[in-house]
Write a protein that binds this ligand. Structure first.
Ligand SMILES: Cc1cc2nc3c(=O)[nH]c(=O)nc-3n(C[C@H](O)[C@H](O)[C@H](O)COP(=O)(O)OP(=O)(O)OC[C@H]3O[C@@H](n4cnc5c(N)ncnc54)[C@H](O)[C@@H]3O)c2cc1C
Length: 403
């Protein structure tokens, strides 16, 4: 194998494979490195994405296991509040196949794939490239690249090496399990909220349409989420009765994006750059948007030969221009969510039951861009503003005033 590349992308998850595909498509020599032997495994995701995620990935709907048209919100009191409509708002996908298809796309554009190969060391070369140490089958090998793209997930080695993780960051711990379970509706997910149930986040159940479901929970209080998952299952016997559980899997969910995901000759993308929606913890769509912007700037940099941090910062700016504002709104929404006690959540759910709000959610619900629906809801029911605490950047009151 050659030891010199234009770009080495570390991590064959969705963000890395999409970035490798688009950089290779421009004619650059790209190596895609994956530490695991099999793409997409071990699984660390519940695989719920919007239809637009498949569009941006360039993957057709064969990988869709089930269509999700709404969700039932379960409150600590046991009350259940359905929201949704005819959708589909989201797809439950075969996540392993999704990752494999993206890798196949990257290979078809000329990227070389090496599985079972772990990045273990990075060193700058004064000649303007980066030297990488790769461990494969117990042996170490040196390779050289003009550009290193860290797409190595929530615990990114590249981000740590770059010092991009020095700022305070909020990280959740999530756990998920596949179970055989008969659900009330096959086209509705279940969401479980309440600080005693899932501190700082929520639990979920996603029907896969074949009598099985993905159940998960993420929390932010440092206690292992498996305990909360067990408590959740016990707290809602009507939902979980008769479930036969399969393999458990988990992972970290980084909720704060890295403001400058670049250094000289280095870029971060996907979870490595914290490109994860703060409201849902979903990172597939936003990581693919990150990959798109990353590849555009990487291709310009490789073509012009300017791989300086200053040039690569164009990537941060272009990602910001597409998703930055929505991410700020989602951070605001997250702060509001964190400020609500269980009694507030019950009151909020009561409001969501009103027909006008139900209709707005059915028509405009969008888990990739939640702020637009929330603005509509707040306009329709100003009582929702009582949930907005002081100190938030978003000018909710001003917008309501322009109605
Ligand atoms: C429990 C749970 C449920 C989730 N559910 C959803 C969901 O329903 N919808 C959604 O949109 N998001 C979900 N997410 C988040 C989603 O899984 C991530 O945002 C997404 O996988 C990020 O993609 P990525 O390509 O950035 O990183 P990853 O998919 O994490 O890929 C990174 C890759 O890098 C490889 N790697 C790491 N270090 C090295 C190294 N040193 N050398 C070589 N390779 C390396 C890893 O093996 C991995 O394959 C969930 C997360 C968790 C934890």
């Amino acid at each position: 194998m050659s030891r010199r590349f234009d770009a080495v992308v570390v991590g064959a998850g969705p963000a890395g494979s999409a970035a490798a595909r688009d950089i290779a498509a421009a004619g650059h020599r790209v190596l895609l490195l994956e530490e695991h032997a099999r793409i997409g495994e071990p699984l660390h995701c519940s695989g719920l994405v919007t239809p637009r995620t498949l569009d941006i990935a360039g993957i057709d709907q064969d990988i869709v296991l089930n269509r999700i048209n709404g969700a039932t919100i379960n409150l600590p009191s046991g009350r259940r509040v359905p929201v949704g409509g005819t959708g589909p708002y989201a797809f439950a996908i075969d996540r392993v196949r999704f990752d494999e298809e993206l890798v196949e796309q990257a290979q078809a554009r000329g990227a070389q794939l090496r599985t079972g190969s772990k990045l273990t060391g990075i060193e700058r070369d004064c000649g303007g490239s980066v030297k990488l140490c790769i461990r494969h089958d117990g042996t170490e090998e040196q390779i050289e690249t003009r550009l290193l793209v860290g797409a190595d997930g929530a615990q990114s080695f590249v981000a740590r090496w770059l010092g991009a993780r020095s700022e305070p960051r909020e990280t959740l711990v999530g756990v998920s399990v596949v179970a055989e379970l008969a659900t009330e509706r096959q086209d509705y997910a279940e969401v479980f909220v309440g600080h005693s149930i899932a501190p700082g986040f929520f639990g979920w159940l996603i029907p896969l349409g074949d009598g099985s479901v993905r159940i998960g929970i993420a929390t932010n209080d440092g206690r292992r989420p498996i305990h909360y998952l067990r408590d959740l299952i016990n707290a809602f016997p009507d939902v979980f009765a008769g479930a036969k559980f399969g393999r458990f899997f988990g992972g970290l969910i980084p909720l704060s994006h890295v403001p400058r995901p670049v250094g000289d000759n280095v870029m971060l993308v996907g979870d490595a750059a914290g490109q994860v929606k703060p409201t849902s913890g979903g990172g597939i769509y936003s990581g693919l948007v990150g990959a798109k912007h990353c590849a555009v700037v990487a291709n310009e940099a490789l073509t012009t030969g300017d791989l300086s941090r200053g040039f690569l910062e164009r990537y941060a700016a272009s990602w910001q221009s597409e998703l930055g504002e929505e991410f700020e709104r989602m951070q605001d929404l997250r702060r509001i969510f964190l400020s609500l006690g269980d009694a507030d959540l019950e009151r909020l759910a009561q409001l969501l039951l009103t027909p006008r709000l139900q209709d707005l959610i059915a028509r405009h619900g969008d888990i990739d861009f939640p702020s637009s629906i929330l603005l509509r809801l707040a306009k329709a029911a100003p009582a929702l503003l009582s949930f907005v605490k002081v100190g938030l950047r978003f000018p909710w009151h001003r917008l309501i005033g322009t109605r």
